[in-house]
Design a protein around this ligand. Structure first.
Ligand code: LHQ
Length: 267
């Protein structure tokens, strides 16, 4: 893999590092293509049961690389196309990937970079990191699902102020507001994020994927519809080898050994 995304393989999980530190890991086309490919590969590989996304250097991600706009004829630029081609598929992939994604926000997360972090399943951030809905600073609106996720995570009043002022939100406040899971001392971030990802990789992967599906659907469902969905997904979870292992281990008073495998199709 070329170097704007660095891939590390670990036992049961993979680490993907946004790797354009001189630009605070702002996205260009190559980085989009490599990240998309890395997510597709991870989705298909049964040995990969969890992912960690982080950034190289002092930033997590500064959103779209704005350098390619130098000297451009703005009347000819169709931002909708860029979003349709790169950002929307990326957010859909992160949300629907059938394995947990931990995001370790190692430094500033701005514009699309902030919302890409929030689209991951569990977000940890270094205490020095900050989240910036930087879009209005350059005359844009939040994308990458920001206008969907922010009000749901922190409520309408805070979402509105974050979006309309583009003020940086420190990691600790982000955690106390419920925008992210935890803020950690800078020197502990990567070790804790790796330990969490490695732990998730030992969990019942199929059930975790079904949890993601249920939570994703809840945004648009009534309680009634959601209850029906839970019934259907629980039925699926109940047919996995890991359910059998979980119950057996509980009854035998030992730790479960989950394989993360889908149910065998051989009856
Ligand atoms: C950058 C960038 C950057 C290039 C820092 N590009 N070089 C979707 C669809 C299509 C098009 C448009 O966009 C979108 C979605 C979006 O993401 S729109 C929002 C794009 N992002 C931004 O507007 C954020 C721009 N960056 C900043 O406001 C600041 O750099 C932040 C607040 C992230 C960090 O500030 P500082 O810590 O003070 O760092 P810095 O500004 O000095 O940046 C360090 C270097 O990184 C610097 O390069 P230099 O050669 O001068 O050292 C910046 O030019 C470069 N950089 N962001 N997005």
């Amino acid at each position: 893999m070329a170097d704007s995304i660095r891939l590390e393989r670990h036992e049961g999980w993979r680490k993907l590092v946004l790797n354009r530190p001189h630009k605070l890991n702002a996205f260009n086309e190559e980085m989009h293509l490599l990240l998309s490919q890395a997510l597709d590969d991870a989705a298909l590989d049964l040995e990969c049961r969890a992912l960690l996304l982080t950034g190289e250097g002092r930033g997590f991600c500064a959103g779209q690389d704005l350098n390619d706009r130098m000297g451009a004829d703005f009347s000819k630029i169709d931002l909708g196309r860029t979003i349709e081609r790169f950002y929307n598929p990326l957010i859909r992939k992160l949300r629907s990937l059938p394995k947990p994604i931990v995001c370790a926000v190692n430094g500033v997360a701005a514009g699309a970079g902030a919302n890409i972090a929030l689209a991951c399943d569990i977000v940890l951030a270094a205490r020095s990191a900050r989240f910036v809905q930087a879009f209005t600073r350059i005359g844009l609106i939040p994308d990458c699902g920001g206008t969907f996720l922010l009000p749901r995570l922190v409520g309408d009043a805070r979402a509105r102020a974050l979006v309309l002022t583009a003020e940086p939100l420190p990691a600790e406040t982000a955690a106390s507001w419920g925008l992210i899971w935890k803020s950690l001392d800078d020197d502990k971030l990567i070790d804790e994020a790796e330990a969490l990802t490695a732990h998730l990789a030992t969990q019942p992967t199929q059930a975790l994927a079904l949890c993601k599906r249920a939570l994703a659907a809840s945004a648009a469902n009534t309680l009634d519809t959601q209850l029906d969905l839970e019934r259907d997904l629980q039925r699926e979870a109940g047919r996995t080898p890991d359910y059998q292992e979980g119950v057996t281990a509980f009854l035998e008073k030992r730790q479960p050994h989950f394989t993360g495998r889908p149910r065998s199709t051989v009856m």
